[in-house]
Unconditional design. Structure first.
Length: 318
């Protein structure tokens, strides 16, 4: 019999697994990738009696692969907070799915484990940008403000490590990062003793420093467009950079473009104070899609850049 641990490569996925494995130690096959790699269950070929634990990837995306595993006689435990679609009933499937905006997968695992590894859920909630939930969970642990700040820093660093087009862009493969983390019962010991933490912290700082020098392609009070060069650091930092812009300018919509061969990868966030219109804009381009507040275009041809900037301004300036 084989155990498979299938998890998002970001802080939430890694810390969810960390909580479970501290409570239920076992050797398992690790299946993970960059943050945007979410079709993970289809990567395994389970046999009858095998057990899958799936963490922090949308059930909707993985439903078919889960059903196939169940049909083969495998068992599956599924924890997630992304929109799930219809969840089938099956005697070998247990789901812990909650799409409330103030939970993340690690907080669902925390609930499942009755808080026994809660400090890792605090790290994860910070990594998923759920600052209020992170602080609420931290309150019960009676940590000092300086300790909470350090947990936030760890959450942000582990989350940052998951951003990239492929794992080649990352500093650490998320499976290796989990493996390193798994030797520590307490995240504070990890930060004190593990050089990996300092590497990530410094790399994150370097990437943010580089992106600071990128001048906006256009900006006004309502919206701004940034174009980052075709480089691994751009692909790593574009997500955290977008989060940072949204927090610093809640009244402004943002587009962050990353140059790639023949065009751009585009990520659009509507203003936090007016969180809609991003999907309408992106759908006007081939390979565009997303949600009202956050959407993207997988490949914007170079020749369409000026049209994109014009339509972006029209969408968010009116
Ligand atoms: Mn998550």
């Amino acid at each position: 019999m084989q155990f498979y641990d299938i998890f998002n490569g970001d802080a939430d996925g890694i810390c969810a697994l960390q909580q479970l494995r501290l409570e239920e130690p076992r050797a398992s096959v690790l299946v993970t990738g960059v943050k945007r790699d979410i079709a993970l269950v289809e990567r395994v070929e389970p046999a009858s009696g095998d057990e899958l634990t799936v963490l922090d990837v949308s059930f909707k995306t993985n439903a078919r692969a889960v059903m196939r595993a169940l049909e083969r006689g495998a068992r599956c435990r599924y924890f997630d907070h992304h929109s799930a679609g219809e969840i089938p009933q099956h005697p070998n499937l247990r789901t812990f799915i909650d799409t409330a905006p103030d939970v993340c997968t690690s907080l669902l695992v925390d609930r499942y484990l009755s808080g026994r590894q809660r400090i890792w859920a605090v790290v994860a909630a910070f990594g998923d940008n759920l600052f209020k939930s992170a602080r609420r969970a931290a309150e019960l642990l009676q940590l000092g403000p300086a300790e909470i700040e350090r947990l936030r820093e760890l959450g942000e660093c582990v989350n940052y490590n998951a951003y990239g087009e492929t794992v080649d862009d990352l500093h650490y493969h998320p499976a290796d990062l989990f493996e390193t983390l798994s030797h520590y019962r307490d995240p504070r010991e990890f930060m004190d003793d593990e050089p990996v933490f300092d590497v990530l912290k410094n790399a994150y700082r370097d990437d943010l420093y580089r992106v600071e020098s990128v001048k906006p392609e256009m900006q006004n009070g309502k919206c701004a467009v940034f174009v980052l060069p075709d480089a691994a650091w751009s692909r790593r930092v574009s997500g955290p950079f977008s989060n940072d812009l949204a927090q610093r300018h809640p009244g402004r919509a943002h587009a962050v473009l990353v140059k790639k061969s023949g065009g751009y990868l585009v990520s659009v966030r509507a203003a936090q104070e007016k969180p809609f219109g991003a999907d309408d804009l992106c759908q006007r381009f081939r390979s565009g899609g997303g949600r009202k507040g956050a959407a993207g275009i997988n490949h914007l041809p170079e020749s369409e850049l000026s049209r994109f900037v014009a339509e972006f301004q029209r969408q968010f300036t009116s």
